[in-house]
Every structure is written in C-alpha cells, then in structure tokens.
Design a protein around this ligand. Sequence first.
Ligand SMILES: O=C(O)c1cc(C(=O)O)c2c(n1)C(=O)C(=O)c1cc(C(=O)O)[nH]c1-2
Ligand SMILES: [Ca+2]
Length: 568
Amino acid sequence: QVTEEDLAKDADTVGDVLTNGLGRGLQRYSPLKTLNRNNVQKLVPAWAFSLGGEKQRGQESQPIIHDGVMYITGSYSRIFAIDIATGKELWQYDARLPEGILPCCDVVNRGAAIYGDNVYFGTLDARLIALNRKTGRVVWNKKLAEYKEGYSYTAAPLIVKGLIITGNSGGEFGVVGEVQARDANTGELVWSRPTIEGHKGTFQGKESSMTGTLNATWPGDAWKTGGGATWLGGSYDADTDTLIFGAGNPSPWNSHLRGAGTPVEGNKGDNLYAATRLGIDPANGEIKWHFQTTPREGWDFDGVNEVVPFVAADGAKRLATADRNGYFYILNREDGKFVNAWPFVKNINWAKGIDKDGRPIYVEENRPGNPAAAADGAKGQQVFAVPSFLGGKNWMPMAYSQKTGLFYVPSNEWGMDIWNEPINYKKGAAYLGAGFTIKPLFEDYIGSLKAIDPNTGAIRWEYKNAAPLWGGVMTTAGGLVFTGNPEGEFLALDDETGEVLWKFQTGSGIVGQPVTWEHGGEQYVSVISGWGGAVPLWGGEVAKKVNYLNQGGMVWTFRLPKEVAAAN
Ligand SMILES: O=C(O)c1cc(C(=O)O)c2c(n1)C(=O)C(=O)c1cc(C(=O)O)[nH]c1-2
Ligand SMILES: [Ca+2]
C-alpha cells in the first residue's frame, strides 16, 4: 500500500519514484550521489524496453518506480508495468482510443500516479483510469470531460491526501479549463474548480460558492468558451497546503475577439484566470490566490508551466516558474504575490519588461492586429513576436538543485510571424483565429539549457542545442544535470559548468522525463526515448532544421556497476 506519507517524503527517499516530479514540489532533484561527476563516464545500459507496434508518437512519460516495478505510459494512452531488475514486461493495458480525437499538440501522455494498491493514468479521450498495480486489472474508469467537445487529457495525475487531482486539455478548441479532485479509491468527484470567471465550481456534488466566479474581466460572451485549460497538471506545496495549477491560453488566440478596443479600459479585458497560476485549497477547490503572467494574452502564451517551491538564499520561502512568455518569475509562497521576474530567453519583444506588480509592460505594436480593422480584409496586421507561441519554455519540466541552489531550465530561442483572422466558435473544432510561422533567431541553435540563479536572475551557464529542446531535466546531489535532445542523445552535464560529461545515443529523439533510484546498492537512471510532441506538428521549417531520427518508443535504463562505485 502506497500511503499519503510515502508520497509526502518521495523527494527524500531514494529507493523509489512515487510522484511525477520526484516529489510533489516538482524539484526533480535526487539526493543520490553514488553516481557523480567523477564516475558518470562509467554509466552503462542495463536494459531497454520497446513500447512496440505502430502506435508511437511523442513519448513524454516519466517512469514511476515502486516495489521492484516501473510503470510507464505510452503516447497512445497505454500503460506498462516492467520488472526493474530485468526489463521484462509484467503487464500492459491499452485504453483503445476512439477514432476522431482532436488533441492540439500530438498524441502524448506524461505519466502515471500511484496510491494504495492502484496505479492511475489519464487518457487522450479525457478519461481517468485506476488499475490494480499488481495485475493491471481496471478498478475504475471515469469520464473527465467530453472529447467530442474538444477536451482531452495529457498530464500525469497528482495525488494529495487521498484525492486524485487532474487538469484538462483543449485550449485550442474553446473548452473551459478545470481542476477536478476525486476520491482515489472510488473515482467519485469531490470538487471541481473551473478556471474561467463566470463558470461555477462544485463541491461534493453541489454548486458551490467558490470565489472568482464573477465575470468581470471578459467583455461580452467570450468567457463561455474562454479556454484556460489546466493541461500540464499541478504541483503541491506541503508547507502552505496549496495545490498550484496553471491555466493555459484564453480562447480564441485572437485577443481582439475577447474584448473590444486595444487595450480594454483598465484591467477589464484581462480574461481571468486564463494564462494564470492558481493557488488552490485541496480541501474544497477554493482559489486562495492567483497570479496572471499574461493578462489579455494574444500569442498563445499558456500560463501552465510548473510552479516549483524552493527556499531562496535569504531563507525566504518562494515559488519559481519559467513562463511560455519568456520571463522567469519568483512568487511568494504564502500568497502567490509577485516578488521578481527576469527574461530567460533573448530578444523578447512583446513586452519591454515586468512592472513592480508583476504585470507585463506591453509593446502594443507587437500584438497581432485586429482583423476587423485590417485594410486587406480578413487578415489582421502581421507582427514578428519573440518568443514564438511554443514558448521560451514549453511543457518540458525544469529542475532545481538543492546542491547548487540553481534552476536548470530547458528553453528555446525562436520567434514567429503571427497574424489574427476572424473565427466563429463551433463545438469541437479548432478555435484559434490566428495563423503563424515559427522562425529561429540564430543560425546555429534553438535549444538552450540554462542554469539560472533564482536570487538574481543571473544565467550561470548555457548549453546550446541545434534542435529545440523538448525533454525534461533532472538534477542529483552527485553534481549532475540529466536531459535529452531531439537528436537522440541522453546527456549528463556538470551542474556547475554545463560541460557535457557523458552522453548516449538512444535511437530516437528524447522528449521524456528522466528519473533515478537505487536498487541493490546500485544507482539507476531511466529515460524514455521517442520523438514527437508539438515541435514536429507545428514547427514547420524549424522542425526540419535538424535531421531527426525515426519516431519510436523505448525505455532506456542505465546503471553504475557496484565495482565502479566502490573504486571511487
Ligand atoms: O491549451 C491547451 O489545452 C494545450 C494542451 C496541450 C497538451 O495537452 O499537450 C498543449 C498546448 N495547449 C500547447 O499550447 C502546447 O504548446 C503544447 C505542447 C505540447 C507537447 O506535449 O509537446 N502539448 C501542448
Ligand atoms: Ca495551448
């Protein structure tokens, strides 16, 4: 039985990986140092596991490890249980997706959750499934939302105090963002928290008086299909007992269809709580605080990126998040109040900076124009905006090192031509009202892994990668930073210098999330390889810039042999 206590101390225990993020704070830091800067060259493959068949798209999953078993999800809503000693399959389950599902950004799944005797995962057709972790038999299977209306699900679920907590996807289809909490044993809904003002929440089956239901920042009817999908899931800060979920882009992308005039008078066109981080009370789904990164968002700068609790150099309890919009934010942990922000990618041009309250100082000429006012008919004024809509950083998780006190942020240096077009809402259909072409900023690289000091915003080092970086990062007490690239390499870098100390060619691009654990006195590292995600779908010329490897799906597990560790 995996208990709340086990989940609470996952960040400190080295024999298993029970949560997405190596702890619900999502620091992705392992205290293991058997494997370190001096011996990482001796890291060797232990086994590999193929996800098989033709159902192979972006493999973004993070393995969960417990009781000698690894649980991974595959892109097409599949889950596998693997013996960690041998790499042998114990069972697999295929959720068998219906035809005609419409995810915006590839067929992906970011991993499972574990609690009690069950493992859990969400499916692309917006269902949540509990399976017995020993047998793989379905315990319950619940519908989160209607996929025919454009809803889908791609995140790893979060489990807090017996509740299984999920977000939703569909911001490109005019859905309404939502966070749901269910009883992990039965799958029954306990509370639901919509993210768009005007929509009411529920608590134990009844409409509740939850805060933030007033529709004050959405002129007209646009709030009804306002987006703000919570598609990346959330983190949990145990110190303040707060769930932190981000809400994605407001729908449609075309900001002129969400309020007349530019800018709308005062803050009345902010479109809360789209492009916003929300602090939520796990007991009842009430919003405790909100911080909107991009008010009246107009470039697809989803506000979903992970929010990571950490302790600053001066002892203050803070939150850090690297937004799609190119700014790295520090917030106060207690109330989500803005503390500081710095750009973490180059040449940002949609804003001049962030003011003392955390609000962007807009460069209105770099907001795509209003098609209604365009001289040439349908297409509004095109602008070149930086970063591109795929963001200074997208979903791929950063890591924090308790050893160096730095954040290691996978970022991309790119811009886009973007223009607005008219669009009418049609249930289940794409709802953008915009067109775009991504362009690199520099000849030789797009991807950039950065070591960022959260006390000053200083970038200590940068590792440049030709292709856009799209995989997760992990740090260890052994002084290592692990990540992968679309070129197929799994990399270990020095946490102080950014020097590549070790690499391994996995045979397909890496968009997965590495983990490490100890078994039988040896340290293991695993990552899933399998190219896909939003870059090959939406990147255009950028996606062709590098000669990518074939798609595929393979779990790679490495180990440092005992003899090598002993010789150190
Ligand atoms: O607004 C949404 O609902 C939504 C969902 C998702 C998703 O669920 O994967 C992505 C995005 N937006 C998105 O904007 C985006 O760039 C993106 C990239 C990826 C990916 O896995 O590579 N997913 C998503
Ligand atoms: Ca989106």
